[in-house]
Write a protein that binds this ligand. Structure first.
Ligand SMILES: Cc1cc2nc3c(=O)[nH]c(=O)nc-3n(C[C@H](O)[C@H](O)[C@H](O)COP(=O)(O)OP(=O)(O)OC[C@H]3O[C@@H](n4cnc5c(N)ncnc54)[C@H](O)[C@@H]3O)c2cc1C
Length: 338
C-alpha cells in the first residue's frame, strides 16, 4: 500500500494518537495531520490527565467500552514503562476520592478491575483533608500530562515523516479528494463539521499552580479537585453544559481556588501561574465508526473518532486503535460494496 494517502483531522490527544498508530500500521503510507489548532490551543492541553473512566459506557456496549479501556491502560502503561515516560509525560499517581453524601461517589468498578491498588480510605486519611468526609477511596492509577504528551507526539510524528498542515476545515469538501481515508478527530469541532446534534461542549476551567509539596491527587465534591502534574498542580474545576466560552472566567477561578484551598489549606502558599479553559466534547456514545459520504460526486471514506467528553485522555489510545482497525477494514472492502 505504498501509494496510500490518509488524512487525520485534529491534533488533540485523539488526533495525535491516531496519527502515530496509523503511521505504525501503514508504514509506507503518506499520513497527513490537518488541524486548526495545536498544542496549548487544544482542549487536550487543559486536562489533568488522570486515567479514570467516569462510570457508564463510553461506547454503545459494555464490551466495546471495556476493550477501549483495557487497550488504553496497556498503551499508557507501556509508555510509562519505556524510556520515553518522562518526555511523554506518563507516570503512576495515587490519591483520594472523597464524598460527604454517598458511598456510590467513591466507587469505580471499571477502574477497580484494572489499577494495581484500589481500597477504601481510612478515617484517619479522611480526617487529613478538611471537609467532613464520610466516604473515601484511595487508588493508584496512571497520569498522562497532556502538555508533555502533545509535545512528545509532535516529535514522534516528525520522526515518522507525518505531513503537518494548519488549516480549519469548514466542510469535508475542503479536504483534498485524493485521500484514501479521512479520520475525523476534531473533538467539539465535529459539532459543525458533521452537524452532529448529539455532541455538546462541557466547558471546563482549571488554575495551574506551583505547589511542589502536593504529591497526591484529591477529588472532593462539586467538581473540586487538586491534581499534581509533573511540573505544576492543577486546581479544578467546573462542568458547564453547552457553554462555548473559551475565555477564563474570574468568578469560576475564584470559586474553584477557594474550594480547593478549603480542601487542602497549604495551597494558600502556592502561586497561580496560569488559568486554562477547554471544551470537553460530550457525546453518548463516543462516535467511533465508518461513514461513506458523497462529497462532490465522489465517495469519501471517513472514520470518525470524536466525542470523548471528560475522558479523552483516558480513552484516546483505545478508540484510536479501534479507528485504525476501521481504516484497514475500509481499505480492504471491495469498491462494489460501497
Ligand atoms: C478541565 C478539563 C479537565 C480534564 N481532565 C481530564 C482527565 O483528567 N482525564 C481525562 O481522561 N480527560 C480529561 N479531560 C477531557 C479531555 O481533555 C478531552 O476528552 C480530550 O482532550 C478530547 O480530545 P480531542 O483530541 O478529541 O479534542 P481536542 O483536544 O479539542 O482536539 C480537537 C482538535 O481538532 C481540531 N479541529 C476542530 N475542528 C476543526 C476543523 N473544523 N478543522 C480543522 N481542525 C479542527 C482542533 O483544532 C484540535 O486540534 C478534561 C477536560 C477538561 C476541559
Amino acid at each position: 500500500m505504498s501509494d496510500l494517502k490518509i488524512a487525520v483531522l485534529g491534533a488533540g490527544v485523539v488526533g495525535s494518537t491516531t496519527v502515530i498508530e496509523l503511521k505504525k500500521e501503514f508504514r509506507n503510507a503518506s499520513v497527513h495531520i490537518i488541524s486548526e489548532k495545536f498544542q496549548n490551543e487544544t482542549t487536550s492541553f487543559v486536562a489533568a490527565g488522570i486515567f479514570s473512566p467516569e462510570g457508564g459506557n463510553l461506547a454503545e456496549t459494555e464490551q466495546r467500552t471495556r476493550k477501549w479501556l483495557d487497550d488504553s491502560y496497556n498503551y499508557w502503561n507501556n509508555i510509562r514503562l519505556s524510556p520515553n515516560s518522562q518526555k511523554a509525560g506518563v507516570r503512576q499517581l495515587s490519591g483520594y476520592v472523597f464524598s460527604k453524601d454517598h458511598p456510590h461517589i467513591v466507587e469505580n468498578p471499571m477502574l477497580e478491575k484494572i489499577v494495581p491498588l484500589y481500597r477504601s480510605a481510612t478515617k484517619d486519611e479522611m480526617d487529613m483533608y478538611p471537609g467532613g468526609w464520610k466516604y473515601g477511596c484511595y487508588f493508584t492509577t496512571l497520569q498522562t500530562d497532556p502538555t508533555r504528551y502533545l509535545r512528545w507526539s509532535e516529535i514522534v510524528m516528525k520522526d515518522l515523516g507525518v505531513n503537518v498542515e494548519r488549516r480549519r476545515i469548514k466542510s469535508f469538501a475542503e479536504v483534498r479528494n485524493d485521500f484514501d481515508v479521512v479520520v475525523n478527530c476534531t473533538g467539539i469541532g465535529a459539532k459543525t463539521l458533521c452537524e452532529d446534534k448529539a455532541l455538546f461542549p462541557l466547558r471546563g476551567q482549571v488554575s495551574v499552580m506551583r505547589a511542589p509539596w502536593i504529591e497526591e491527587f484529591v477529588f472532593g465534591e462539586w467538581d473540586t479537585y487538586v491534581v499534581p502534574s509533573f511540573d505544576t498542580v492543577i486546581l479544578g474545576g467546573c462542568r458547564q453544559y453547552e457553554s462555548y466560552n473559551t475565555s477564563v472566567n474570574r468568578y469560576d477561578a475564584l470559586s474553584m481556588e477557594e474550594r480547593c484551598t478549603n480542601m487542602i489549606p497549604s495551597l494558600k502558599k502556592g502561586q497561580i501561574v496560569e488559568r486554562r479553559v477547554g471544551l470537553r466534547p460530550y457525546r453518548v456514545p463516543t462516535r467511533v465508526e465508518k461513514e461513506y459520504r458523497c462529497v462532490q460526486s465522489k465517495t469519501m471514506k471517513i472514520v470518525h473518532n470524536y466525542g470523548h467528553g471528560g475522558q479523552g485522555i483516558t480513552f484516546a489510545p483505545g478508540t484510536s486503535l479501534d479507528a485504525v482497525r476501521l481504516v484497514r477494514e475500509m481499505l480492504t472492502e471491495k469498491q462494489s460494496k460501497l
